[in-house]
Write a protein of this length. Structure first.
Length: 281
């Protein structure tokens, strides 16, 4: 999970470095590298790329594309650490949507953490003048669509191989990003070509290691380490781009992350108290 967090940080740092490029051009470069990796793995494992639920897979790809594009736009509008912290609100949006569409349960204490996380959002906006209302709206909308991705993946369940799910997302993103970029293309220069080629590789490796971590260890033990990305991003933003953070802004980020981790811990403990880990109704 820590390797995954480092790779995501490297990917976001490159996006931040070339933030003068149009959003969908960045989406294209992010996706095309991962498409190549996905095709290689699918061929090696002899897995059909079509999948069993094409309609849901396409929906997951489209929703994921929207979330990704909004996130990259937000990275161009605010410090990296702020964007990453705010996008991590997606599990709460996912939980709310799961209640409505999947009839899943959310415990009372989790709602408290939900409110605590949003208090962190308000504090972060108030303490960091670099976060505009438009930027805040875009990153929260990205989190909403990211939450919808979780719900769609939950709907898919174990009926699809993870690489198939990722490949749909990346192919759709690469296709749309490539087409839109034709009308607003900005030519990368020099080392930017190399950096852009690394975006997809970092993204693929990050997703792979995150998946492996969840496969070999209990979610409540490894998932909190995912939020180390915020720490890595803070350090990268400071070292590479001179993005300074006030103590109050860091405390607001900490409130968001602690609320998210507490939500995970409470949810896992509640499930473990029911027979076979199944929630009681």
């Amino acid at each position: 999970m820590l390797v995954s967090a480092v790779c995501f940080t490297c990917m976001n740092s490159i996006i931040r470095y070339v933030d003068h490029l149009p959003t969908f051009e960045l989406v294209f470069f992010r996706s095309i590298g991962s498409v190549i990796c996905c095709v290689f793995v699918l061929m090696k494992l002899k897995i059909s790329p079509v999948g069993n639920n094409p309609k849901i897979l396409i929906a997951r790809g489209i929703v994921g594309l929207i979330s990704l594009a909004l996130f990259y736009k937000a990275l161009q509008m605010m410090p990296m650490a702020s964007a990453v912290s705010l996008r991590y609100l997606s599990p709460f949006f996912a939980a709310a949507m799961a209640i409505i569409f999947l009839k899943e349960k959310m415990y009372s204490l989790q709602w408290l953490f939900y409110l605590s996380a949003f208090a962190g959002v308000l504090l972060l906006k108030g303490f960091d003048s670099r976060i505009t209302i438009n930027g805040l709206f875009i990153i929260l909308l990205s989190a909403v669509f990211s939450g919808a991705v979780y719900v769609l993946i939950r709907k898919i369940g174990n009926t699809e191989h993870p690489i198939v799910v990722v490949s749909y997302f990346m192919i759709i993103s690469a296709s749309v990003g490539g087409i839109v970029s034709i009308f607003d293309w900005v030519q990368p220069q020099g080392i930017q070509w190399l950096l852009l080629s690394l975006i997809g590789i970092f993204g693929f490796v990050a997703q792979y290691f995150m998946t492996r971590a969840l496969q070999i260890e209990e979610a409540n033990l490894v998932t909190p380490f995912k939020y180390s990305e915020v720490i890595f991003t803070l350090l990268a933003g400071w070292a590479m781009f001179g993005e300074q953070q006030t103590l109050l802004a860091i405390m607001a980020m900490a409130l968001i992350i602690v609320s998210l981790i507490a939500n995970i811990v409470v949810n896992q403990k509640k499930k473990s108290r029911t027979p076979l880990g199944i929630e009681s109704k």
